[in-house]
Design a protein around this ligand. Sequence first.
Ligand code: NAI
Length: 317
Amino acid sequence: MALSFEGRVVLVTGAGGGLGREYALAFAERGASVVVNDLGGNAKGGGKSSAAADKVVEEIRAKGGKAVANYDSVEDGEKLIQSALKEFGRIDVVVNNAGILRDRSFARTSDLDWDLIHRIHLRGSFLVTRAAWDHMKKQKFGRIIMTTSAAGIYGNFGQSNYSAAKLGLLGLANTLAIEGSKHNIYCNTIAPVAGSRLTETVMPPDLVASLKPEYVAPLVLWLCHEQCQENGGLFEVGAGWVGKLRWERSQGQIMRQKSRPMTPEAVRDQWDKICDFTDATKPTTIQESLQAFVSVLSRVDAGGQVEAPPSAAAAAT
Ligand code: NAI
């Protein structure tokens, strides 16, 4: 059965172009009422205009869909959610997508380059999502998307500000997934790749043309559907491909004994073992992560074999 969003109210931030526009069109096509938010400024965060959001709203309405424009910055998170409530009476889905770039090598990154990127990407997503949170809690339904980037996951030359803010969004999503789950509010993170005005300065033109936003949008729709039970996931998506990411932890090495303290030399000497991912575990919760430490404490205390990995870590595979 086709996935319908009939009766759902969806806010897409930064929906006046690029990926956000595609999400807005796709949600509307499947029956959602869409708030098309866009400040309409330039790619570096300057200026503003209603034209970008208006154009997408027109496109949606021309196809018989339901949409309204909102021109506030994501820094005014409350106003975006008020738009949804005023026009459509509820808020079911928030896609945090708005973004800008201010790329500079680290040494040349100014306070403003750092702050603006954090304000729009990280603080903006926080403010918009917090404004929606209680409404989602009351109705016992909510789906939230955070947009991270490969630059955050892997690092990228000239993007220290952007990488930090983008990976901050993953940390935010990890906790929202935990706090929201009992209220049927799920939060997932995507790292998209698509040709847009943000990527046209770094990708060759043929790649910008080939990597279409429509090869990303279907994942966002699925993650925001009531049937989808995924929560706290991280996905790379682009070119029509979707993959999931997770953390891996090496078996590690205990470097002290009851009667012998831990030293930098011991760390140096065991470095290869510390970094050896053979039989790596994949912890998914903070409890699972902590378990290994507690197990190490008792192993060392018992004066047992110190070279072996903690059993809790092994059990968590
Ligand atoms: P885009 O520049 O086409 O779209 C971003 C939109 O956000 C623009 O329409 C812009 O006007 C709007 N916007 C900027 N600041 C705003 C604010 N304060 N309030 C409201 N709207 C604002 O760029 P694209 O590529 O579609 O990016 C969408 C998201 O995906 C961004 O968060 C970006 O960082 C992320 N991303 C994109 C990648 C790509 O390959 N295109 C790669 C990794 C992440």
